[in-house]
Write a protein that binds this ligand. Structure first.
Ligand SMILES: [Zn+2]
Ligand SMILES: [Zn+2]
Length: 244
């Protein structure tokens, strides 16, 4: 069988660890088709054949027929396109999926195989308020970890400073900046325990003294030097209270 967890925000729900389904299977399949049509369009395809390769079902023709009747999809021979309402729904699903990917990738440091399965279930259960909170927490990111665009939501348009994320890697903090450590996504456990022995733990307030040749932060009265690849694993919320 094909890999059920295709890249770039597709999932067919047919494999991997199976989460409880919050929606009936049939509408999940339609969501999956809308999602697949969106990602296919990004790759320049509208063909039914390409869709069939992405969506695991023996009832594709029948479901497409229902979607045409429901007004979410337009079919012209073997070409498929989204109607305005199909587009709206697909956009919402893609947005949730790709934000979930960012969350699992950036915040929890999960591998792609781990996050893809979770992103597929999250896209169906996150409600609008939660999606906006996640988007704001991540700083309204514009792309997923695969560099595919994340359709912006209302929170992104309303954000006063949409280019300034709430939480950024330490490597993006300006020299002289104060920040609070929000989370650490180390590549190894030993690194995490070494960092915590220096007080580099979530909740600590830091001051960035220099970036080159290594990052030096002050925590309490102690200066700690960090290599760039370690600093990249540390995510902080800049304290902008002095600057605005
Ligand atoms: Zn992606
Ligand atoms: Zn946003």
């Amino acid at each position: 069988m094909p890999n059920p967890l295709g890249p770039h925000g597709r999932c067919d729900g047919a494999g991997g660890a199976r989460p409880p389904r919050p929606v009936v299977h049939h509408s999940h399949k339609k969501d999956e088709i809308l999602e697949a049509l969106w990602t296919m369009r990004e790759d320049g395809s509208e063909s039914l054949g390409d869709l069939a390769a992405l969506v695991a079902t023996t009832r594709l023709e029948e479901i497409i027929g229902e979607m045409v009747a429901a007004g979410t999809v337009v079919r012209d021979k073997d070409n498929l396109s989204l109607t305005a309402s199909g587009e709206t729904r697909a956009r919402e699903i893609i947005r949730r999926h790709r934000l979930a990917e960012r969350l699992f990738h950036d915040v929890f440091g999960l591998s792609e195989a781990q996050w893809e399965a979770s992103a597929c279930s999250f896209e169906h259960i996150l409600d609008v308020t939660v999606v906006e909170a996640v988007c704001t927490f991540l700083g309204h990111p514009s792309v997923c970890p695969h560099e595919k665009p994340i359709p912006p939501g209302r929170c992104c348009r309303d954000a006063r400073r949409p280019t300034e994320p709430l939480v950024i890697p330490l490597t993006s903090l300006k020299v002289g900046g104060d920040a609070k450590i929000i989370y650490i996504a180390p590549r190894t456990k030993s690194r995490l325990s070494r960092l915590s022995s220096f007080g580099v733990i979530p909740g600590s307030n830091i001051h960035l003294l220099q970036r080159h040749p290594s990052y030096v932060i002050r925590i309490d009265q102690t200066n700690v030097a960090l290599e760039g690849d370690v600093a990249r694993d540390i995510f902080v919320r800049p304290d902008n209270s002095h600057t605005h």
